[in-house]
Write a protein of this length. Sequence first.
Length: 288
Amino acid sequence: MDVKQVLDRVTLDDVQLRDYSHICIGGSARRILAPQSIDELRVIMPWLSERGYLAVGGASNLLFPDYYDGYVLLDERLPRNVAFENGVVNVTANTNVNVMLMKLSLVHAGGFEFLAGIPAHIGGVVKMNAGAYGRSIQSLIHSIEVIDADGKRGILAVDEVRFGYRTSSLTEYIVSVNMLPEEKDHNMILDDVRRNIASRRASQPLQLPNLGCIFKNPPYESAGKLIDECGLKGHRIGDAMVSDVHANFIVNMGKANYADVMKLIDHIREVVSSERGIELELEIEVVR
């Protein structure tokens, strides 16, 4: 396939990044691409890699600017699949986590219930080694199918990737993930999913646009507790506000923009540093 032809075919016009934002913030980009097949993706990957690109999946932890002077690669039109064979789960990277949980429950494949309620695609979950309730996705990964900067497909064993707290060494584009589930009764899986979702609803401001936890928890500390103890719950800049439900969440009260959120992030960091001597590190990804 000719690169130019594929680029023309997969380019989206009149699309705003806020359409993909969980906090409803973001403007246009230089170019937004949405391939419909792995073959198209492989063709354009060398072109994108030369220029640099932003991979966007569920975008549940991405703060977009008012204008992004770069190239955005969306996964929304790529094929999706969840398969379970010979004790291994294979999930395409653009699969919503909660859709995956429901499908795997039907074949008694459990162990992923700690992810319930996270509005992310599994590729993003793997790249940032997301987790909850003392678990992270790393513990369930067997291998990862990727496309490199040259457009070549390959398989990375889990021990070829360095995982840390909400981070990994992955730079390749994730195509799918092979994981090792725990055998578990269908109803038990659903019970745990419901319980975890109920817990999130009770402790997080899910009724308002947000990006999940803004900061990583410092060692032996809770970022939300630190922010709360500094009296910042409800603190507002423009329409960006520190949630009064969970202090490690910033919510959009209506018309918040990128600058509002960034000013609020900077203010939180300054106050916590001044009052507690702790430098908070971002868990979300700020697109600049």
